[in-house]
Each structure stands twice: as C-alpha cells, then as structure tokens.
Design a protein around this ligand. Structure first.
Ligand SMILES: [Zn+2]
Length: 156
C-alpha cells in the first residue's frame, strides 16, 4: 500500500497516510479537505527498487507509488498527475500562499454574510426568509451551497 502525503491548504499541516483508494483526508485543525500530494515514495529515487539509476536497464523501473513498472520517473509523474496527485515542485512557492489567501477570503466573506444575515433577522423582527433573500443570491439559495456553507453558522 503506498504512503501518501497530504497537506492542508490553510495551515500547511502535513500528514502521511497509508490509503488504498481515493480517500479524503480532513485537516483536524481547520476541518477542510487536505490536498493530496505526490506519494512520498515517488519523490525519492533511492527508495525505488534497486534505486532509480540502476533501474534504467531497458526494462523500466518499479514504481512503489503505482505498484507496477513504469518506463521512467517522468512517466510515473504523468500517471500520478492524471490520477489527481499534485507534484509540489510544480506548484511553485506562491501556490500555498494563494490557496491560504483564497480560503481565508472565503471564510471572511462567509463571516460577513453571516453578520449581514443576523443583523437583518434582528432588524426585521425575526423574518428569516426576508433576511435570507436580501442577504444571499437566488443561486446560492437554490443550489444547496448555502446550506452546505452556512449550515453551522445560521439556524434556518
Ligand atoms: Zn489546517
């Protein structure tokens, strides 16, 4: 079973987990889905069977991450990318900062809307329907995203 590397886009926490299939890993601190990184074993050529260089014998090399032989490390990375894994070196140093900024902006916007909604409920003497239609877009009310996002903050 391959060892996977997950990283939280908000706090940057990293965990290593042995998993069999597509598994979501949630950051215990931030309660959001962590980003699935390249399997650790794929990053380190010395951990490959016989080492990366000695594996170049025309037969391909065994990928611990994929559990089968591949022609090259480049091919392994391509397959892993197609499976939804992210190679950290491809992201650049700004990527994590951008992710964190996006998450924080989203949380700030949620807090702002929650405040607006609560203020309107008070203003309209408890008329939640009126407060809701004036605070949120029709799309947000209808597509379920409102419920998912604000369920814990707003009692409807
Ligand atoms: Zn986190």
């Amino acid at each position: 079973m391959p060892l996977f590397d997950f990283r939280c886009p908000v706090c940057g926490a990293q965990v290593e987990k042995f998993i069999r299939k597509e598994t979501e890993v949630i950051c215990t601190a931030c309660d959001i889905s962590m980003i699935k990184m390249m399997p650790l074993l794929a990053k380190t050529s010395t951990l490959w069977n016989g080492g990366w260089n000695s594996g170049l014998d025309g037969q391909g090399i065994y990928s611990m991450a994929l559990g089968r032989k591949v022609h090259s490390k480049r091919e392994e990375e391509k397959i892993l990318n197609a499976k939804g894994f992210i190679s950290e070196k491809e992201l650049g140093s700004h990527w994590w900062d951008d992710q964190a900024a996006k998450q924080q902006a989203k949380i700030a916007e949620q807090d702002r809307l929650t405040q607006t909604y609560n203020d309107k409920v008070t203003e309209y003497g408890g008329d939640k329907i009126r407060a809701m239609t004036e605070t949120f877009t029709t799309e947000a009310c209808l597509d379920g995203s409102l419920h998912d996002t604000f369920d814990e903050k707003i009692s409807i």
